[in-house]
Design a protein around this ligand. Structure first.
Ligand code: M6R
Length: 606
């Protein structure tokens, strides 16, 4: 969703604010804007580069607030771009989230004589602060009084022309991180833009307000009570948020697959015992023994990882598993009790629908677990226990390395839970040994990237694409289709190959290609039947199969080979060519793969 960033210190704030926005750009690119107290504001429609072109030397100072917009209320125009201000143009504010009662507040403030310029929900906050400031004569008190009147979600940073060193930030349902530097402090939606300045951060909790100046930071609740909070150190490195010579983050992150698996399993695989040591689950180890059912919740790619997890856990840990998207779970009446564990999967750790599912499960007495990449994120904090991915920051909007890491974490969790239950040591050992080999096997797939590029380019004029798979690769068909549609904007559909005859086969003709995921596994023969059915309807077929498979040559237009592995781990290999396929397909169409239209990296509104 939107990205906010703010700085107060001794340095020239213009370049710091623009750099901050550049490294947050995956959060929104409908419009961008900055405000520097005592100097003014500049806004532009589109990405940060458009804003940079408009910056003049006259806008300067040593503090400021900045924003990237992913439009919810109001068109992506310059008028609707943040920062927004009050009637006096002294109070300026940036916001991520949705103010639900903005209409009532706007009516009330309009009746009091306030005039509004934009059609955003955010602007009411600036005017409401003005209203309270008029009464209290105290900037902090005015912000807190305002927040006590609003309902909805917000991560905000507020600045005032007459108090230029002070930035006030607050959070409710949208992430806010405070960066603690040396004679300088920061506010951001996530740690990425702060990393280059400091690794010391404080994550605000819901209902908290931070008041920062270059030399100080104080945190209050909405009753103005001071809160003691220790700073944390982020273990991400600034180098990790650079492209490292790659044209796009998406390609860099796909190529990071092998090291991502190594980082996810480091110190966790106990091969001799055929299990995994998961420190983050230690305090709930006994409780996990008595769990009778697991409900996995996630959105988008994380949901598809959950579907693979369902097959892994049911087969090897012998526990019933259901998987659901967060946006459905939160609005129906799910049956949860103390014998159920809810496992939330999320790269960002901030996805609103997943977070609400956790809260709902907690209310019903379930144990909540997380597989989360972003350390200190809301989901990581609100779940009872969990597994960190250690995949490093993922910047490309299309999730690639996080998916590989989520599957790896799920296989570790399967070993852990399986060995607590029915799995034999020898089966556990066989899986653990194979997990260890995955990075090398992925490297051999990545080495074929030129072949995959040529295949993707050959099909890049297609308007439709079908992805089919079975069993462990059934969810991979969905994830392959999601990758292609989000970066190339074409119609791509994932289907269980066994379902073809029940409808989708009707779409097939010479202009509707299919990508079949058919490694040599227990459902291979069934996949071959489905491939034949498509071929008989003149459908063109690209197949992903295992290296030693020589039989498939006559059936497919194009073939991508992957190394042999255990069936349960095959999704970790089959997804890699699909990620490359989507990347090169979109590149050939000249699209900006790191910033697909209409999407943002972290979905903090429902
Ligand atoms: O941060 P999360 O893992 O919770 O995000 C979930 C989805 O929004 C995310 O996977 C989305 O589907 C990606 N754009 C897919 O590439």
């Amino acid at each position: 969703m939107c990205g906010i960033f703010a700085y107060t210190g001794k340095k020239n704030s213009t370049s710091i604010l623009l750099d901050g926005l550049t490294s947050l750009e995956y959060r929104g690119y409908d419009s961008a804007g900055i405000f520097i107290p005592g100097s003014g504001s500049i806004k532009s429609v589109g990405a940060v580069n458009n804003l940079k072109k408009k910056i003049t030397k006259t806008i300067q100072g040593t503090s400021g607030i900045a924003h990237l917009r992913w439009a919810t209320h109001g068109e992506p125009t310059e008028i609707n771009a943040h920062p927004h201000h009050d009637c006096t143009e002294n109070i300026w504010l940036v916001h991520n989230g949705i103010i639900e009662n903005y209409k009532e507040l706007k009516e009330k403030l309009s009746a009091l004589g306030h005039t509004f310029k934009s059609s955003t929900d955010t602007e009411v906050l600036a005017h409401l602060i003005e209203h309270h400031l008029h009464k209290t004569k105290d900037f902090e008190k005015a912000v807190i009084a305002t927040l006590n009147e609003v309902t909805g979600t917000y991560g905000i940073a507020v600045a005032h022309n007459t108090d230029p060193d002070k930035i006030i930030a607050a959070r409710n349902g949208a992430p806010v991180v405070i960066g603690i530097g040396n004679n300088e402090n920061f506010v951001a939606s996530d740690p990425t833009p702060i990393l280059r300045h400091t690794k010391n951060v404080i994550y605000l909790h819901d209902g908290e307000v931070a008041v920062i100046t270059p030399e100080s930071h104080h945190i209050y609740n909405l009753n103005s009570i001071l809160i003691e909070r220790q700073k944390e150190t982020i273990d991400w490195d600034v180098e990790q948020v650079k492209k490292d010579g790659y044209e796009h983050f998406m390609l860099k992150e796909i190529m990071q697959g092998p090291e991502v698996i190594e980082n996810t399993i480091r110190g966790r695989l106990i091969i001799e015992e055929g299990t995994a040591k998961l420190g983050g689950l230690e305090m709930v180890t006994d409780k996990l023994r008595s769990i009778k059912r697991i409900v996995i919740v996630g959105c988008g790619t994380a949901y598809y990882a959950g579907l693979v997890g369902e097959y892994m856990l049911e087969e090897y840990a012998g526990i019933p598993v259901e998987v659901e998207v967060g946006s459905e779970f939160r609005y129906r009446k799910p049956i949860m009790d103390e014998h159920t564990a809810l496992l939330a999967i999320s790269q960002s750790g901030e996805t609103a629908d997943t977070l609400e599912a956790i809260r709902e499960a907690k209310r019903k007495g379930a144990l909540t677990l997380g597989i989360v990449n972003t350390v200190g994120s809301t989901i990581a904090r609100e779940t009872d226990a969990g597994i960190y991915n250690h995949a490093g920051p993922e910047i490309g909007v299309a999730s690639t390395k996080a998916f590989i890491s989520q599957l790896t974490a799920l296989s570790l969790f399967t070993l852990f839970l399986g060995r607590q239950r029915t799995m034999s040591q020898s089966t556990g050992k066989q899986i653990a040994e194979e997990i260890k080999l995955l990075p090398e096997k992925i490297k051999s797939i990545l080495a074929q990237k030129e072949t995959i590029r040529k295949i993707a380019e050959k099909y890049s004029n297609s308007r439709d694409f079908l992805f089919i798979g079975r069993k462990y690769n059934y969810p991979i068909a969905f994830e392959g289709a999601l990758k292609l549609k989000e970066v190339s904007y074409i119609h791509a559909e994932g289907y269980g190959a066994g379902e073809m005859k029940h409808g989708p086969l009707a779409m097939i003709d010479e202009n509707f290609p299919t990508l079949a995921i058919a490694p040599l596994d227990s459902v291979y023969e069934k996949m071959i039947s489905n491939i034949q059915e498509i071929k008989a309807r003149k459908g063109k077929i690209v197949v992903i199969t295992t290296e030693k498979n020589t039989q498939i040559k006559d059936m497919a237009e194009d073939i991508i080979y992957i190394p042999e592995t255990l069936e349960v781990l095959s999704p970790l290999l089959t997804i890699v060519p699909l990620q490359l396929f989507a990347y090169y397909f979109a590149r050939k169409k000249g699209l900006d793969v790191d910033r697909p239209r209409n999407l943002a990296k972290s979905v903090t509104v429902e």
